[in-house]
Design a protein around this ligand. Sequence first.
Ligand SMILES: [Zn+2]
Length: 86
Amino acid sequence: MSEIDPALCPICGKPNRCERLSTEPRKGPCWCATQKFPRELLELIPEKARGRACVCRKCLEDWHGRRRQVELIPLSLRNLASSRPE
Ligand SMILES: [Zn+2]
């Protein structure tokens, strides 16, 4: 993988459906323009793909879903989980 395809999500490799790259004549603002991308998520993008390819909506939603789960676990349980052998 040497070429960065701006139509593919750099995290999962699936089409990112970026509005700016679509062939539709009526171009609205991309869905990602209204979303906040956490820095932690952007750090998952390989360095050479940063600023070139959009992250897809699924990866953004998955990231938020995982984060919510972590925040719902009480701290004591989280410590237990992390001390459990893999
Ligand atoms: Zn993705």
